[in-house]
Design a protein around this ligand. Structure first.
Ligand code: HEM
Length: 162
């Protein structure tokens, strides 16, 4: 998935959450220093980038599953970021989680090199919305339509900003 689509997918995911959780929008407007924690946490709960692929460089066993060298593996970021044993209720949007647990930008040597500009773009967007938008209202009879794997987010999301 290209970097442009991860950003635009992420914007849709955040917008959907903001009309579902108006109290969170009020909290952000009162505490703009929470914006970075907010964008990372929302995209933890609903990943813009679902997965990447790897080829095992050696035999290994992970969680009781033997993976032979040369095997193709799919790394499901979306699933890892919703692991109940790490995050409890993965739908619970909490702005005080340990940022080291968040895998929205991957991890290790192939971790997203675009994470700093991605966070910057999302922060500027939310800061500009804070200046202009009181609340987000979904359009009746036009429910959000989820995108299909390997896409993520919404293929259709109509809302009014107030
Ligand atoms: C919300 C936005 C974004 C998300 C959620 C995201 C997420 C990710 C993830 C999970 C990976 C995979 C890491 C891995 O396989 O270990 C990745 C890789 C990558 N991302 Fe992003 N990304 C975003 C925005 C961007 C932007 C804005 C750029 C460029 C400016 C970018 C450039 C890249 C590149 C080049 C890679 C491949 C790195 C490699 O294979 O070594 N990403 N991204």
């Amino acid at each position: 998935m290209g970097e442009l689509s991860t950003i635009s997918t992420g914007v849709g995911i955040m917008a959907k959450l903001l009309f579902e959780a108006p109290e969170l929008w009020r909290r952000l407007r009162d505490n703009p220093q929470l914006v970075d924690a907010f964008t990372d946490e929302v995209l933890r709960s609903h990943a813009p980038l679902m997965s990447n692929r790897r080829v095992a460089t050696r035999d290994i066993e992970i969680a009781g599953v033997r993976i032979p060298e040369g095997e193709r593996v799919t790394v499901m970021w979306a699933s890892a970021n919703r692991d109940e044993s790490v995050f409890g209720d993965p739908d619970d949007i909490r702005l005080d989680r340990d940022p080291r647990l968040n895998l929205v930008y991957g991890a290790g040597i192939h971790g997203c090199p675009g994470a700093p500009p991605a966070r910057l773009e999302l922060r500027v967007l939310i800061e500009e919305l804070i200046l202009r938008v009181q609340r987000f209202v979904p359009i009746a009879n036009e429910p959000p339509v989820r995108a299909f794997f390997p896409g993520s987010g919404f293929s259709n999301l109509l809302l009014i900003i107030w």
